[in-house]
Design a protein around this ligand. Structure first.
Ligand code: SF4
Length: 159
């Protein structure tokens, strides 16, 4: 993919959407990760602290805090909470973060709250996403059947 024409990469990833944006970024990222020669490699992250590794990943084209945290947590087993729309919404409703805290700012807060073990952050991430998909929906959260109803400061605020 690094050396392929952008049009070919775009066609190959079309099913995922936004391929015209992603294709050139993928090539640029892979070239940056193979600047020392050879195949693309994330080995340089091994020598970096978690915060520096996050900063390095976010310096790559098109990589934001969520993607950087996904790479650290899911690929490298390091403590970083990816905050997607479900994690952000459910955390805010449950009072785990301040309601107006941005998703970007929530990364550090939720990493500290769920950590320090990467395994705990991983579990918290999966649970928050699952709860957001199955119960705490964006428009009509099912507060009446939610097992967290007694603990949630937002319970019943949506009727
Ligand atoms: Fe979401 Fe309602 Fe459950 Fe609170 S009680 S977590 S707002 S579904």
């Amino acid at each position: 993919m690094r050396d392929a024409p952008v049009a070919e990469v775009e066609e190959a990833i079309a099913a995922g959407g936004l391929s015209h944006i992603k294709a050139p970024r993928i090539g640029a990222i892979l070239r940056a990760l193979s600047a020392a020669g050879g195949a693309p490699d994330l080995g340089l992250l091994d020598a970096l602290r978690d915060g520096d590794a996050l900063a390095y990943l976010q310096s790559l084209p098109g990589v934001g805090p969520k993607t950087a945290a996904c790479v650290l947590l899911f690929s490298l087993g390091r403590p970083a909470m990816p905050v997607d729309t479900h994690v952000h919404r459910v955390s805010g409703r449950l009072g785990l973060i301040e309601a107006r805290l941005s998703a970007v700012a929530a990364h550090g807060v939720l990493t500290a709250l769920a950590g320090p073990a990467a395994s705990d952050i991983y579990a918290a991430h999966v649970d928050l996403v699952r709860h957001g998909r199955r119960v705490c929906h964006a428009r009509r959260p099912a507060c009446g059947t939610c097992p967290l109803n007694d603990l949630c400061p937002s319970a019943g605020s949506f009727s």
